[in-house]
Design a protein around this ligand. Structure first.
Ligand code: SAM
Length: 229
């Protein structure tokens, strides 16, 4: 599939199912995310037993890590095999509950839950509100026209006081169109700014090149912190 064709369909469930089926999951980190590990205290403020939300969670190892630190973790993912791989690879048993729009995969102690279904159907009728969000490969996986709605879904899930890490990238879009897509500060202000303060916390050379066309001007990874006003 050419990049152009890929861009036409990249937000569809079918596109993501195919990627998981073909093991074309270059986005998946085989270690905990370095920026999350480095800056976790800025998210938790050293508090215990927080409620963490992982939008578009894939099989992120960070879910298992945060749960092992004693936090409650909730992810949403619409590819079933990703969820089952998560429990299998982390050697965790799960129980399965059928809900209306979701199937809920839950660790036996219920500290870690992954909802199988469409993020845009998720709401606080399923879960109490969250203290923290780790958004890595969530917002930036979506096309621009879905992001306002994405921000609204997330806002409704947050406690009044929240801390939200957003992982983003900067690169020359004339050389590579994405995904992952840019999330500029200007666009973040537009979608999240009325309810959040947004601050750039860290930048690093990206661990992934995304495309050979970026090899002379490699992407930069950015970590933003969004908090209530
Ligand atoms: C770029 S991956 C990032 C996965 C994970 N956050 C990580 O860091 O490895 C995006 C994930 O979102 C899932 N996804 C995309 N759109 C979704 C939607 N509307 N609802 C639920 N999951 C979705 C895809 O199946 C894929 O696993």
């Amino acid at each position: 599939m050419s990049v152009q064709e890929e861009n036409l369909v990249y937000s569809d469930a079918f596109y993501w199912k195919e990627r998981w089926k073909n093991n074309s999951i270059e986005f998946h980190c085989k270690t905990n995310h370095k920026m999350l590990v480095k800056h976790l205290d800025k998210l938790t403020l050293n508090r215990q037993n927080l409620r963490f939300f992982f939008p578009l969670c894939g099989k992120s190892l960070d879910m298992a890590w945060l749960a092992s630190l004693g936090h409650q973790v909730v992810g949403v993912e619409f590819v079933k095999s990703a969820i089952e791989e998560f429990f299998d690879e982390n050697k965790m048993q799960f129980k399965l509950i059928e809900l209306d729009k979701f199937k809920l995969y839950s660790s036996l102690d219920e500290k870690l839950k992954i909802y199988h279904g469409d993020f845009f159907d998720f709401s606080n009728s399923y879960e109490e509100s969250f203290d923290c969000v780790w958004d890595r490969g969530g917002l930036v996986a979506l096309p621009a026209d879905q992001r306002q709605k994405y921000a609204e879904v997330i806002h409704r899930l947050l406690k009044k006081e929240f801390r939200y890490f957003l992982d983003a990238f900067e690169y020359d879009t004339s050389l590579y169109p994405g995904p992952p897509h840019l999330a500029t500060l200007e666009e973040l202000e537009k979608n999240f700014g009325c309810k959040c303060k947004i601050k750039l916390i860290d930048t690093n050379p990206s661990y992934r090149l995304f495309s050979e066309s970026l090899k002379d001007k490699p992407p930069v990874e950015l970590l933003y912190l969004l908090t209530n006003h």
